[in-house]
Design a protein around this ligand. Sequence first.
Ligand code: FAD
Length: 377
Amino acid sequence: MNKKICIIGGGPVGLIFACLLQGKYDLSILDAGRQNAGIDQRALALSNGSKFVFEHIGIWDEIRSLSIPINEIHTSQKGTFGRALFTLEDTKDEALGYIVSYSDLLKILKKNVKKESFLEGATVKNVDVENKKIFYTFKSQELHVPYDLAVLADGGRTKIKGIDYDKSEIHSEYFALVCQVKMSKPHNNRAFERFTASGPLALLPFKDGCYSLVWTGYKEKIQHLYDQKTGEFIHNLQNEFGSRAGKFFDAGERTLFPLIQSRLKELHAESIIAIGNAAQIMHPVAGQGLNTGIQDAFLLYCHLEDYGYDDAIKNLFQHMKQRLADKKPIIYLTMHLASVFNDDVIGINRFRGLSLLALGTSSLARRKFVKLMSYGK
Ligand SMILES: Cc1cc2nc3c(=O)[nH]c(=O)nc-3n(C[C@H](O)[C@H](O)[C@H](O)COP(=O)(O)OP(=O)(O)OC[C@H]3O[C@@H](n4cnc5c(N)ncnc54)[C@H](O)[C@@H]3O)c2cc1C
């Protein structure tokens, strides 16, 4: 009989893992469901490494039809000369990346997962690791399901009872504000990243010729921006961002995301593994959170395929250790880029300005950087 693999969490990473395994195992995906998941307009920058995984699953054409390719990325820092322009010459791929909304991606993934294996509205409360059972509530009923392998893909923001782990976690005083903005100029597939004293700002080419704005900073400041009337908000945005992308003239509904950073170091349970945000939560500055999660899912799938189920499970700890080591560079790079937790460290802004200057002048450095961002190495 097929081994039973239970995926806790049906966000993008859990569903991608399910798509990869479909037909090979007896699968159960338990997802608590979120009220706003269907309208989550968070713009996700997909890397070329992620595109490869979607091609492997056979859903890239569908995703591509709803995404916007990025052909240029303009990176700058307010108040310094540090500036770098990434173009298609810095990559061998067709685009530097692709922007898709969280809700569009989720819709496509849900459509491609077998209905009978996906239970939406099932909140996992507890895992009995000794007897390999997952306890959950569904429509006010207390139910459980046995598993051979449990894959934690719950986004890592709450703790499920019974699973013991070591995790480093920083609850920051930072928020991200996301909304669509209209500009006087077309985006021409160009993305912008602007580092300011209070946090990074990103403008990503989005649907209907708009940009998706991600503005991060101290909780109080971002909350204040969130509460402002549209005119005042646009005025502040123009001041902070400058005129390089044109004139801002409208902004859509604003959404806030509290930012945390976390990294799972060890899971003290056999036959359980964490992927995606359950394994690490990264600052959105470099657009690497989901891409790293997709690599977690794909490499776990390859591990099962390469070893066969029994040996893969015997070597699960080794796989996790290797994966932790492999993603260290991208996690640390993201932390330093954002420097959300060490903005007051003397010289960090100057250092970042100089790094941007170096990237701006060296095509070799830019290509290496793009490769790291695209493929995680
Ligand atoms: C503003 C912003 C911009 C971002 N931009 C980018 C970007 O450009 N590129 C990029 O790569 N990443 C980006 N990210 C990060 C990206 O959104 C996450 O890395 C990604 O959503 C993680 O997917 P996931 O499936 O691991 O977790 P989630 O998306 O958090 O999904 C977790 C799922 O688990 C379910 N769940 C939770 N608890 C339980 C439970 N107890 N039982 C059952 N189900 C449960 C939830 O309902 C949810 O459906 C951004 C993040 C933010 C906040």
